[in-house]
Ligand binder design. Structure first.
Ligand code: NG6
Ligand code: CA
Length: 490
């Protein structure tokens, strides 16, 4: 930690140490193999690579779930997602997922004197059971510890297609109220199903309800026309708001959760990035996201904050190609391997569901390097509580600060990955997948679920592609893992 010092009669007097700013840049559905520092040669991400090269690149970094809401919940609440059964992909009109009053990452940092902000995708519910989108939108981020919020209400493929700044929908006018339903359409409103002629991007599965900006979404909405976001501008909107936030808060310690929407569907880059990757819209929006990461890092440099800001880059879950729109993700993928050498992808119990790019930079403090420590996003709360002298009261977050700062190659011993009784258990280099009923393949997205009626046991170090099930040949290891998994669950 650097110290602010003050010259007094030519003697430097040390004041309180200044805690570093903390920024988490969080991609949405970015895979382990989508980043060039993790081996991608087909898609180049020079700015994400910059964080990796100037900091610690983790080769065993995990989100806690292979979908969005549970991973985000876990990151912010320091809790395994399975402890909150509602922590599953939420509709856009779901109530706020958090128990008010419990510690969160932002509330802990607020207690340490930080200003706390969130910009970008939220997908953690808003309001109570009934929410009038034209009134005060609360409880939300401000009620769980953020001082400032500029968020997309849900996801870019779920209505309402609006941003919320603190307690208000941005740009809404009283003469055109916004209404939202996940049950039925509003009279006279077009849908993707009935009005394909209105669409510039067509759904492949689901996503055939309300239409706006030529794209049909999940759920129905009416009105609020002046508030609806433009997909092409979303990246620039979130970058602008993030830069504004750090600029305004540069003189006090701040935390920013900069939550990107890429490469989640619908993949609609700004026109200046169309064709940038050669891999179609999925690649193009990753290039767009990477560019924003670079712009953001440049701004930290310009403000003189690079040396006193921890920058983390990671993703909420693994990759998927066709996730519900005909956007050429499959057709133009070529030789690109979004999951790298890992098996599965988004939604999967196999490793690629949760094993994600994960890097931590603290210029001038962290010695750059590569770490194979087992680290998870759930551990930020306890680790940064240790850094800032706060008490961690979240149930599952572990203090692995030394691993995050590259001082130790020991992270967690083990982690449960999944949500709501669908689990994988990683311990050291071993992965246990308990028996799960259900299909082995999600056909629509062409991803293996990892479900099997038998136990699966893999050694991830020797077999990152999870091809050799060692459950029968290693009965003692299997029994030990089963027992440790049960202990960790309770
Ligand atoms: C699925 C959606 C998918 C995506 C996902 C959540 C359909 C057919 N598929 O239900 O497109 O929105 O939910 O993704 O509707 S996440 O990254 O936010 O978890
Ligand atoms: Ca996601």
């Amino acid at each position: 930690m650097s110290c602010k010092s003050e010259k007094k009669d030519n003697i430097a007097v040390s004041k309180e140490p200044v805690p570093p700013n903390i920024v988490i840049i969080y991609a949405d559905d970015l895979g382990f193999g989508d980043v060039s520092s993790y081996g991608s040669t087909t898609l180049l991400t020079p700015n994400m690579d910059r964080i990796a090269k100037e900091g610690i690149q983790f080769t065993n970094g995990y989100a806690t779930s292979p979908t969005c809401t549970p991973s985000r919940f876990s990151l912010l609440a320091g809790t395994y997602p399975f402890r909150q059964t509602k922590a599953q992909v939420l509709p856009g009109n779901a109530p706020l997922l958090f128990d008010l009053g419990k510690q969160t990452l932002p509330s802990m940092l607020k207690g340490a004197g930080y200003t706390t902000g969130v910009v970008g995708k939220w997908h953690l519910g808003l309001g109570g059971e009934e929410l009038d989108w034209n009134g005060e939108i609360k409880p939300g981020p401000l009620e769980i510890g953020f001082d400032y919020a500029y968020i997309m209400a849900s996801t870019n493929d779920r209505v309402p297609s609006v941003y919320v700044e603190n307690h208000k929908v941005v740009g809404l006018t009283a003469d055109d109220p916004l209404e939202v339903s996940y049950n039925k359409n509003f009279d006279g409103e077009p849908t993707g199903k009935d009005n394909p002629e209105l669409l510039k991007m067509h759904p492949s599965h689901g996503h055939d309800m309300s239409v706006h900006n030529g794209i049909s979404r999940i759920g129905f909405m009416k009105g609020g026309k002046s508030a609806l976001f433009i997909d092409e501008d979303m990246n620039d909107d979130f970058l602008r708001e993030s830069i504004k936030y750090v600029t305004e808060n540069k003189d006090n310690p701040f935390f920013l959760f900069y939550s990107l929407h890429q490469p989640h569907v619908p993949r609609v880059p700004h026109p200046r990035f169309v064709g940038a990757s050669g891999l179609g819209p999925r690649g193009d929006v990753i290039v767009e996201a990477d560019w924003s990461v670079g712009q953001f890092l440049d701004k930290l440099d310009e403000l003189g904050l690079a040396e006193n800001t921890i920058v983390i880059f990671t993703s909420d879950n693994g990759p998927v190609l066709d996730d519900g729109y005909h956007d050429d993700a499959v057709e133009k993928n070529g030789n690109h391997t979004p999951a790298g050498s890992l098996r599965g992808g988004k939604y999967s119990l196999f490793d690629a569901g949760t094993h994600v790019p994960f890097m931590v930079r603290w210029k001038g403090t962290i010695e750059p390097g590569v770490s194979d420590a087992l680290v998870s996003q759930m551990d930020f709360t306890a680790s940064f509580a240790a850094l800032t002298g706060q008490e961690n009261t979240t149930p599952d977050s572990q203090d692995i600060l030394d691993a995050f700062l590259g001082k130790s190659d020991r992270g967690r011993e083990s982690i449960i990955l999944g949500q709501n009784n669908i689990f994988t258990f990683r311990q050291g280099d071993w992965v246990l997948i308990p028996p799960h009923k259900g299909a082995k393949l999600i056909k629509q997205v062409n991803i293996e679920t990892g479900r099997d009626l038998e136990y699966q046991l893999y050694n991830i170090k020797d077999d990152p592609g999870q091809r050799n099930n060692l459950a029968t040949s290693h009965p003692e290891k299997l029994e030990a893992m089963k027992s440790d998994f049960e202990k960790e669950r309770t």
